[in-house]
Design a protein around this ligand. Structure first.
Ligand code: MSP
Length: 642
């Protein structure tokens, strides 16, 4: 291998149409774990993540919020950056597809492919799914609807630019077959091969007429068209190296493109053939992980079951979350998230197995050795007669576990749950060593052996901590300090059993993983104030008394002398004047033209002397900010709401 070849790992770049959820966190933490492990091993690492900001989804989300796409993206990007900080993500760079440099490189690549005859203009007709921004053939459709999202498609005929992807079909099959770890896990590889072998690969439409998609990169050879969002997005893996990566290291080709299973085709087929056309070496590996469901159901906004990682880490701590995600399921398969399962892992693995080991050791070492650790302790042969338990047996089992855990293939193939299982075997082995040697008895019976036993335990915890570092960096650092290793960095040299250091002094530490009381679902609901007592329930007749209507805001202005109040003239089939306390979050300008939800049969009341003939519906977030309910498709003013 080229000595100067750095380790290059990427995550997908995330759409900025929504706030980050557990799925985004999952891919990014996985990349972080491997990046940290490779740095630990002394490799130069470039770990890239970022945001995908062009395309209709983002354009539409911005429009709904009354913002330009760039304004909207600037706000949404911060959500990702903040979450990555909270999750201790050690990315080396953050790319945005709205970066000027990226846009220039996309154009350069388009021009290069166009000049080479790899991109041509063609008349095209097909069934187009607007939400997915994709053309489908009649055959692809499922009962006449988009096979991806199940929504209506429309027939569109227009001229467009095509990347001649079809001609690379055989070369791609050959590449995948010759490089068994190009696509992992194996089931995903077989899926892609099956797809490629059983159908004729078409060419890829890489442009959108500008009138249909304005929020995108203009084709350098035809200003009437913008670039298909996936073509623009995939190039990020290449463009980032041109302006965000250290130049003195060779990064290409990437070692891993980490993605979710839903975006496998775009990577394994579109990206691979784009690289072939550009005559660039293909990445070493594309790894597609599974999806998280919540209590067996797909996460969706409408079900209200989307797991927000910020909330989970606020409640349970970042490292418990990181640990859970990779211990609970094999990376590659689907997994099911529930707070109960997370709590079980915290209580059993972190508090019981590991937390107890650490606490017992620190307490004993403080009590028996006043915190001192005599590193590389040995006992004279003659004295080593009454071994209650063979230290050597422990050490040799521990050593072979170190080798197993440090097996680079396990890491390189993202076998994270196996690695964690093995780390926990090392933890049990050490717990057993304490149980069998019974240091409290050794203290009385052969005190000269005690420094050795405590050193062995210290050493075992130290190595376990090095291995845990990629998964739980914050916890590992705390333990490192408690072990008295403040002056040393955690790196691969620290994986050896023998150390150059002579002595260390252990320090007290707060309990890292306190046990959490397991609550039943009912108890949790009561806690969240979600419980519905029977006497609180209302009948459908009660509900029908409430007249909710779609209202179109015709005019809006501030109520004089009030920061909060805005007076709205709303069309709900008839004109109504409504006064609402939303002036701190909304300006009159951004309200005009919106379709909102109005409680139409509310008794009129006066607010600061101005009459309000109804009420608009809004939610108040935890931060006290108000968010009004809007209608996300065109519906006539005055339409009833049930
Ligand atoms: N912008 C594209 C990627 C372009 S890469 C050149 C995109 N963005 S995304 O924001 O929709 O999400 C991307 C990642 O989130 C994918 O890896 C996807 O698999 C992952 N997840 C989305 N929901 C998920 C779960 N419920 N569970 C696990 N991961 C899931 O696609």
């Amino acid at each position: 291998m080229n000595q100067n070849k750095g380790f290059y790992i990427t995550t997908p770049i995330y759409y900025v149409n929504d706030i980050p959820h557990i799925g985004h966190a999952y891919t990014t933490i996985a990349a972080d774990i491997l990046a940290r492990y490779m740095r630990l091993k002394g490799r130069k690492v470039f770990f890239l993540t970022g945001t995908d900001e062009h395309g209709q989804k983002v354009e539409r989300a911005a429009l709904q919020k009354g913002k330009t796409p760039k304004e909207h993206a600037d706000i949404m990007v911060e959500n990702f950056k903040t979450l990555w900080k909270g999750l201790n993500i050690s990315n080396d760079a953050f790319i945005r597809t709205t970066d000027e440099e990226h846009k220039r490189i996309v154009q350069e690549i388009l021009q290069r492919l166009y000049d080479k005859g790899e991109i041509v203009k063609r008349k095209y007709s097909g069934m187009y799914c607007t939400p997915c921004e994709r053309f489908w053939t009649e055959k692809d459709l499922v009962e006449g609807k988009c096979p991806d999202c199940g929504r209506d498609v429309e027939f569109i005929e227009e001229e467009n630019y095509f990347f001649l992807m079809s001609k690379y079909q055989d070369a791609l099959i050959e590449h995948i077959e010759k490089n068994p770890s190009y696509i992992l896990p194996e089931t995903r590889k077989n899926e892609v091969l099956g797809f490629l072998k059983n159908r004729t690969l078409g060419d890829l439409c890489i442009s959108r007429p500008k009138h249909r998609l304005e929020w995108g990169i203009i084709l350098p050879f035809d200003e009437n068209y913008t670039t298909y969002v996936w073509f623009d997005a995939l190039v990020n893996y290449y463009s980032a190296l041109k302006y965000l990566a250290p130049e003195d290291v060779e990064w290409w080709p990437p070692d891993h493109h980490l993605i979710g299973k839903d975006i496998l085709t775009t990577h394994a087929v579109y990206w691979s053939t784009m690289l072939m056309a550009l005559e660039l070496p293909l990445p070493r590996n594309i790894f597609a992980h599974g999806w998280w469901t919540v209590k067996g159901k797909k996460m969706s906004k409408s079900l209200g079951n989307v797991v927000n990682p910020s909330e989970v880490i606020k409640k349970y701590g970042v490292d418990a979350f990181r640990y859970f995600l990779f211990r609970e399921v094999s990376f590659g398969l689907d997994g099911d998230f529930s707070e109960e399962a997370l709590i079980r892992r915290i209580n059993n693995d972190l508090a019981n197995d590991f937390g107890n080991l650490l606490n017992r050791f620190l307490v004993m070492n403080e009590k028996y050795m006043k915190g001192a650790v005599k590193i590389n302790s040995i006992i004279p042969r003659s004295e080593a007669t009454r071994n209650l338990y063979s230290d050597n047996e422990f050490l040799s089992s521990f050593k072979s576990l170190i080798e197993e855990i440090n097996n680079e293939t396990l890491w390189d193939e993202f076998k994270f749950n196996i690695i964690l299982e093995k780390i926990w075997q090392a933890i049990s082995l050490t717990n057993n060593y304490i149980a069998k040697t019974e240091p409290w008895k050794v203290l009385k019976e052969e005190p000269e052996r005690l420094p050795l036993i405590l050193f062995n335990i210290w050493n075992a915890i130290r190595i376990i901590t090095v291995f845990l570092y990629p998964f739980m960096p914050e916890t590992a650092n705390k333990i490192w300090y408690a072990l008295g290793l403040r002056d040393y960095i955690i790196d691969y040299k620290m994986l050896k059993l023998e150390l150059d250091i002579k002595e260390a002094k252990t320090e007290k530490i707060e309990q890292l993983f306190p046990k959490i009381e397991i609550k039943t679902e009912e108890q949790m609901k009561v806690e969240k104030g979600e419980e519905a007592k029977v006497e609180d329930l209302i009948s459908i007749e009660d509900f029908m008394k409430i007249k909710l209507k779609v209202g179109k805001v015709l005019q809006a202005e501030r109520v004089k002398g009030s920061k909060k109040l805005i007076k709205l003239i709303v069309d709900i089939g008839e004109e109504r004047q409504i006064v609402a306390g939303i002036g701190e979050q909304y300006s009159p300008e951004e309200l005009t033209g919106r379709s909102i939800v109005v409680l139409a049969n509310l008794k009129p009341a006066k607010l600061m002397g101005v009459e309000s003939q109804g009420m608009l519906l809004a939610a108040t977030g935890e931060d006290g900010k108000i968010s009004i309910l809007t209608i996300d498709r065109e519906v006539n003013a005055g339409a009833g709401i049930k």
